[in-house]
Design a protein around this ligand. Structure first.
Ligand SMILES: NC(=O)c1ccc[n+]([C@@H]2O[C@H](COP(=O)([O-])OP(=O)(O)OC[C@H]3O[C@@H](n4cnc5c(N)ncnc54)[C@H](OP(=O)(O)O)[C@@H]3O)[C@@H](O)[C@H]2O)c1
Length: 346
């Protein structure tokens, strides 16, 4: 049954076009809960259990048209991936108590949605709701697609991965290691560097203290880089291009250094692109939603759930409590305060 107590709602009053988003840009309020009586056919009431907090949401906050996903609309609740329990259902496909995934669920502690917008959590791979935003969630799946499908890794090759302790990066490190690669991880603090080594990186270093990027990458990868899995873009992406080997694969997963620019004029201009020509390399950008509900998604679930159950991989979460903590958790992604995959528990 849905409750009658007020629920929490986090919305975006106004788009924030450029620069860093601030806490005051979000509105947190208590509002009346949805009522079971208002459910139309094929609607359900969901109560989120875990919210996913993701860097890509910065783009949706900007309110710019033409991206791969719609902007948030001003005044409405923020939306993103979440795992929830069905608390009331007017759909034959869902019953009270079902655990579901909503890839565009509301930052409200209870809300109404259409049954066709959700899917049952694949509990055959894990009965733990947290895993569906964690080790089996979107960031981990992105690592799988980029590092194992697009990068076509071969044992003995060298992979470099940026933001290596994060939701995507820590899975790249472990999947690459499991495929016999030499793994170099880059992260923004010494404790993150230690973590990256502890999960299998052969070499890891702190990009904030390493000095000259070109030199630091040369020392870490004297044999050159065969796969460059990039989450950050900008100057570090550029420096790594100078060290790629013949037929290198460059996987553009993210570009977090470029998400909070005040204006497009501040975009970092890549200088080492001729390396791609000289080394006959390929650059592959991707957005993970194209791979949902495909055989690749099933292969990911099977491999990663087995490795996880067998204790062969680990997955660090950066977990905060209560939907009220979601805006700060989001801001923390851009200062590196999260350590591991960022999620909010309700
Ligand atoms: N293509 C896709 O479909 C897809 C899917 C998921 C995620 N992504 C992208 O993948 C990247 C990682 O996502 P995630 O969810 O796993 O996030 P994450 O790595 O868990 O968290 C973000 C991390 O980025 C690093 N960072 C923040 N600002 C930075 C800066 N100015 N320079 C360098 N590093 C910075 C910080 O780590 P440090 O402390 O190490 O600096 C921070 O902890 C993001 O760019 C995201 O947009 C893409």
């Amino acid at each position: 049954m849905s409750s009658s107590a007020a629920i929490t709602r986090v919305s975006l009053p106004n788009h924030v076009r450029g620069g860093f988003v601030k806490l005051a840009d979000f509105k947190i309020e208590q509002v009346a809960p949805p009522s079971k009586d208002q459910l139309a056919d094929n609607q359900v009431i969901l109560r989120p259990i875990y919210y996913s907090i993701d860097p890509y949401q910065r783009g949706r906050i900007a309110g710019v048209k033409g991206s791969f996903i719609e902007s948030y609309s001003e005044g409405n609740a923020i939306t993103n991936i979440l795992v929830a329990t069905v608390v009331a259902s007017a759909s034959a496909d869902y019953q009270e108590g079902d655990v579901v995934i909503d890839n565009d669920g509301k930052w409200e502690t209870e809300y109404v949605t259409e049954a066709c917008a959700i899917s049952k959590a694949p509990t055959q791979y894990s009965a733990e709701p947290k895993d569906h935003v964690g080790v089996l969630g979107m960031a981990a799946f992105s690592a799988y697609v980029g590092a194992t499908v697009l990068a076509k890794p071969k044992a003995g090759e060298t992979i470099l991965v940026s933001s290596a302790s994060g939701g995507v990066g820590q899975m790249v490190v472990q999947l690459a290691k499991a495929r016999g690669l030499r793994v170099i991880g880059v992260a923004g603090s010494d404790d993150k560097v230690e973590y990256v080594k502890s999960i299998g990186a052969d070499v890891a270093f702190n990009y904030k203290t390493c000095g000259n990027y070109l030199e630091a990458i040369k020392v870490a990868a004297p044999e050159g880089i065969d796969i460059w899995f990039d989450n950050v873009g900008g100057e570090f992406l550029d420096a790594a291009l100078a060290h790629i080997n013949t037929h290198a694969r460059i996987i553009i997963c993210g570009a977090i250094t470029q998400y909070n620019l005040s204006s497009p004029d501040e975009r970092y201009g890549i200088k080492c692109l001729t390396s791609v020509l000289i080394k006959k390399a390929s650059i592959h950008g991707f957005i993970i939603d194209e791979y949902y509900d495909t055989p690749t998604h099933v292969a990911f679930y099977e491999e990663v759930s087995q490795l996880y159950r067998a204790g062969k991989i680990t997955y660090r979460l950066s977990e905060t409590d209560g939907l009220e903590s979601a805006p700060q958790a989001f801001l923390d992604l851009f200062t590196g305060k999260n350590f591991g995959r960022s999620i909010v528990k309700v």
